[in-house]
Design a protein. Sequence first.
Length: 381
Amino acid sequence: MNHETALSKAKEIADRVLAPAARQNDKEGRFSSESVEALGRAGLLGVMLPVEVGGSGLGPGTFANVTATLAEADASVAMVYLMHKCAAATIVAARQGASVAQILQDIAAGRHLSTLAFSEAGSRSHFWTPVSRARQNRTGVLITAKKSWVTSAGHAQSYVVSSLAPEAAGPTDSVLYLVPASARGLSVAGPWDGLGLRANASAPMILDDCEVSSQLQLTDDSAGFKAMLEVVLPLFNLGAAAVALGLCRAAVAGTAAHLKSARFEHLGQTLGESLPTLRAQLATMQIDTDGLSTRLDDLVDHLERPRDTTMLRVLECKAAAGDVAIAVTSAAMRVCGGSAFSKHMNVERLFRDAHAGAVMAPTGDVLREFISRVTLGMPLF
Ligand SMILES: Cc1cc2nc3c(=O)[nH]c(=O)nc-3n(C[C@H](O)[C@H](O)[C@H](O)COP(=O)(O)OP(=O)(O)OC[C@H]3O[C@@H](n4cnc5c(N)ncnc54)[C@H](O)[C@@H]3O)c2cc1C
């Protein structure tokens, strides 16, 4: 598979599987297993995995474009995809000796969905400081933790879980473990009934003396933080920005379609023909959407050819994307008026979905704090 075929497969699945069911899945808060199956069958779950394990070895540009394409049809599925990609990258980067070969083959074959279980009830959005602490036992560790939100909870085949190392001396001395869904002591702790991204099962999970063998320890003790920063953060921020881009594109398309079809019968004109103020707002939406697209391209370039400014771009891209998605979908709500408010069109779902990005960690506020620290030459932590 190459970049173009990955994109055309994503578009075909978005049109055939995601788009027709998005409204109903959102309404019912139903996880779209059939979307994950379709992505797996098409080889898109393993699109970034190395060729040696059966993946396609494609880069961040393909990942971003596939994610945006999925988000245009259903941002819930795009978020499931994004979390899986972050987890898969962490598994690929596992320390030497970790027993992950079979899981990587299963991901490449489209049979295995993974996700991240970082955020904890105790440290909230500060995922880099888990409050749970693994306890050493004979074969590995026992983990007891309250994970506050886990996308694909109860649907993934494995979870990349963070916890403080047994001998952690500081708050960021964490470890990442791979916990199979079948592990004893791992359970979904409640329902997911969010404002937006309602179809992605981002429920809380509990680990209760959950035993993880040392073969499924993905990082060395205290090296979890480094993996979060170097492996997960760049991909997660790029993917979150891609979800935002998909939402913006869908909002522009939905708004344009409404302005061309809704009519003032007494004036004999469509809304778009009649009102320059609506046209001006649509133009602003288009400008912001294309600006975000350019920002994503720039981040992809920085990830493909790392340089001094790469981390700054990683931080900026998600911060900007969160704001742009809220602004563009808010404008769509206003331009489409009562039709949007009364849920006659998909714009209100996009508006609700768009609000997740800024509160998903690292949140927009935290990113601003980091960006200003980088700008002032201060340490991030
Ligand atoms: C749809 C969805 C899916 C999710 N999926 C996952 C997942 O798969 N895996 C996972 O690990 N987590 C997941 N999360 C959790 C997410 O990443 C955040 O941890 C969570 O949204 C934080 O919410 P909170 O109420 O705990 O935030 P709080 O930490 O209570 O933050 C409240 C407010 O304070 C601000 N704030 C916090 N710290 C600072 C600071 N230092 N400086 C300035 N402002 C600050 C925040 O920006 C926010 O506005 C998901 C969340 C959502 C909504």
